[in-house]
Design a protein around this ligand. Sequence first.
Ligand code: IVH
Length: 678
Amino acid sequence: MLKKHPEPDSDCVARHKALKADVEHHNRLYYVEARTEISDQEFDARLRELADLEAAWPALQTPDSPTLRVGGAPLEGFKTVVHRVPMLSIDNTYSESELRDFDARVQRGLDGDTPTYMVELKLDGVAIALRYENHILQQALTRGDGVQGDDVTQNVRTIGSIPLRLPPHAPPTLEVRGEIFMTVDELKRLNKIREAAGEEPYRNPRNTTAGTLKLLDSREVAKRNLSIYLYHVVPGDGFPSATHGEALALLKAYGLPVNEHVEACNDIDAVIKTCMKWTTRRFELDYEIDGMVIKVDDPGQRDRLGATSKAPRWVIAYKFPAEVRQTRLLDITVQVGKSGALTPVAELEPVPLAGTIVKRASLYNFEDLAKKDLRVGDLVEVQKAGEIIPQVLRFVPEERLETAVPFPIPTACPECTTPTHKDPDDAILRCVNLACPAQLKERLAHFSSRKAMDIEGMGPALIEQLVARELVRDPADLFGLDTPRLMGLERMGEKSAANLVQALEDCKKQRSLKHLLFGLGIRHVGNSTAETLAQKFGSIEALMEADAPTLEAVEDVGVIVAQSVLDFFDTPANQKLVLRLRDCGLCLTEVQPVIIEDGDNPIAGKVFVVTGKLSRFTRDEIHSHIKERGGKAAGSVSKKTDYLVAGEKAGSKLKKATALGVTILTEEDFQQLLGEPV
Ligand code: IVH
């Protein structure tokens, strides 16, 4: 047993130094070179001795000590830190022709010069930025929103292949970026342990990696063997200007893990060939990749190409085609939406698809279902649209059962049996019974949702009970709920009941007309239209008095929206609902925003459309900026649109705006219009 001493003596310091170097050496051999010179027990014994020394003399434990790899005291939460250089994302391509377009853009940007491309694997994990200062790993940040991320240093230190200290020949300050991931074998190992403990297995390596990095207890992180490859150096900081290939070789020489599958390609044909090769070869790997990343090799050419506000122009991802699986269509059920729309839903034999188990998929509407001629019992092909939403593509004709019959179009609502009605102008079949319990549940969920009245605690299970027990027949009834009545419900204690009553009180004070108009679920009135109407009319009474021409005169409100608003307020049940909501004390007015009067205000009077995923602003922020400066934020692109602010993955709106010659702005351009520094 070591005796505590205020200052370690020179023997101790020397022993600590030698042990530390020794443990680091074996750690590197194991994680980087995948070999061992000593047994696991011997390694553990040396690490324990090191930990004992540091426990006795805490001053010996520096931020690069291998003892930190076993994790430390749990954190209360993660600090949010602004990235020194934003972590941009990269644009995606899905086809050979899009890759050729990228090459053409690059060559145009380089005035015809032909670049060398480096083609790498697109690792399907979690992006990370590692910062070394004085050669020591000081900080590891997740990407977050690209501008700021979470400080997960303590967790990242547990990853054995990451050097906690760089060798003397590395620049003392270095920021490298890469991907943390979990191998398929490691996921299997963890799942064996979980299943033995009766716990649900983890579904896929990417989500498990993300979840692991967000654990507050780094000792738990240390128990899961995460992996990492670094693939990018943030320029500057004394790192030599180098080609990408040279930079990767330098990182490797500093002991940083770099993926071995990198190919130099002299033209786009070679790039395409490499991408196609990995489309099948990826299944030989012990980790998941979701595509390839193609990078211009030369640093000078990268500089010439630059970046948009969302992505560098010198890099592109090629995403592998969506995985298609076959499964059995067990049943078709019918879901009733908040405005009575009946949607057929495919109930599928559970099938693993792109990382999750898929059991259900929307079939959109009965016309679509009839076109696809899907029948219960069919073997069907499913894929995920945009890697998230499951879709049924088609049935497999050879497998169709003789007994399979077309799904009958419902003549009555499955919930309340009211005869269905089909609008002549769209493909949607509806239940027109406003009191239909299925519709009511959807309406209450929408009314309570975050962008509407934002009633915390009003979840589906509670709504189900409130409707089933007939405690709530419309949204106004929610405000009559009190603690004793709520406490009579299942899974509702005194505290939850009181919290809910408080949330209902808060929403009366904190939500205004725009939230209510959105929450009422008037057809065609989305978030943005609700806000426009609230601001234009200022009160619900003024809106209810408006006639068709007055409504249609409002920017962004066409004949269809105007008619829908008129129909809604013409319905006696809705008029009564508004009166009752007023009596409950809800705010039915909107305060007009203060318009910034400025001679050079380039936003005043202009019509903006915002599309795609934003990284600098939230959608609400950008809309407020536009409105505060007297501009208009519209929902769709038309000839009247002056500017389209396009974020990441902008799709059809960007295409339409380009076709109409609308000025396209990046978020950065928009920030400049605001007169703010970029
Ligand atoms: S390069 C400035 N290389 O894919 C360039 N990214 O979908 C930074 N990713 O955010 C990225 N493998 O998290 C690069 N070999 C690779 C990659 C890679 C995976 C991730 C990265 C990025 C995301 C974009």
